[in-house]
Write a protein that binds this ligand. Sequence first.
Ligand code: SAH
Length: 367
Amino acid sequence: MNIDIERSNLVGLGRAELAAVLAEFGAEPFRTRQLWHWIYHRGATDFAVMTNLAKGFRERLAERFILGRPEVAMAQASRDGTRKWLLRFADGQEVETVHIPEEDRGTLCVSSQVGCTLTCRFCHTGTQRLVRNLGAAEIVGQVMLARDALGEWPSPKEDRQLTNIVLMGMGEPLYNFDSVAAAMKIVMDPEGLAISRRKITLSTAGVVPMIARCGSELGVNLAISLHAVRDDVRDVLVPLNKKYKIAELLDACRVYPGSSNARRITFEYVMLKGVNDSPADARELVRLVKGIPAKVNLIPFNPWPGAPYECSSDAAIAAFSDIVFAAGYSAPVRTPRGRDILAACGQLKSASVKARRGERVPETVTV
Ligand code: SAH
């Protein structure tokens, strides 16, 4: 966020918090709705544009508050249209946010923590030590910044470039649930950013005790980073599995509020050569998710320097997908997007830090 020692940021406050701050400031209650509209529907970054507020009131607001955004430390665009922003917060910590345009939608991949504590063996972000949780303002700030960059204010009703949000960036969102929830409530508010809970997907490595709350308090779509069908394999790939076993994780999915055949739980499965990609693994996956409204997302492993794994062959991925598909589940292979700017799954942050230190990186277009 913009560094301003005198003035505080209104972006990131929920409705009740905004009302409380404005009440303390001496503003009438109806001002909350007006400000909310300007901040989250119109994307105002300056009080001066709020023409339905008296000039004197705008000036007083500007003396006391800001409408801040995260600072963009680096912006890149991939040849495939994917965009990535390295954002720097007031304390110098950084995270990445990625926008992935598709024919019929545009997805923003949002980070929830600086770094990650989970140390999944195949994930580059996991090699960084966690520095800290993001606050609600820093999470909402990623969405606001993307809207700024896409020129998408006021919040359009249709033909949006930013239609969906996935909490699949850096960090484990269920280890920072309070801030993630506060941020998503702001994002979902129909009088603001207005991105429906049906268009938001939270991805977790399996923090079982938090899954029910995620469903009841937010009602967003759930994605599970499963990646293995046996506990001994998953213990190595996703060490959190030592705490919450596959059976327990799937039980939490079975009772996830709001899931149905129309709103399926996504099981993400990274394809690692010779580790988890056999036809027997595929059959076991089908057996495990039986009874859960599920879809499977196969993710070709994105390599990074020093990674202890290789991506499965195209033939192995196709065979795996066919088995899952034949059992009645959709099993698309996720096309890696933005690999040339290190924006693909598991490539975030540590890579761009290396890039700035002058190590060799693929050609990029800086925008
Ligand atoms: N901590 C949460 C949110 C991160 S989501 C979670 O684990 O779900 C990021 C997704 O990318 C996860 O499914 C993760 O397992 C996957 N991923 C991480 N590293 C990857 C890599 N090198 N190649 C492909 N997918 C990867």
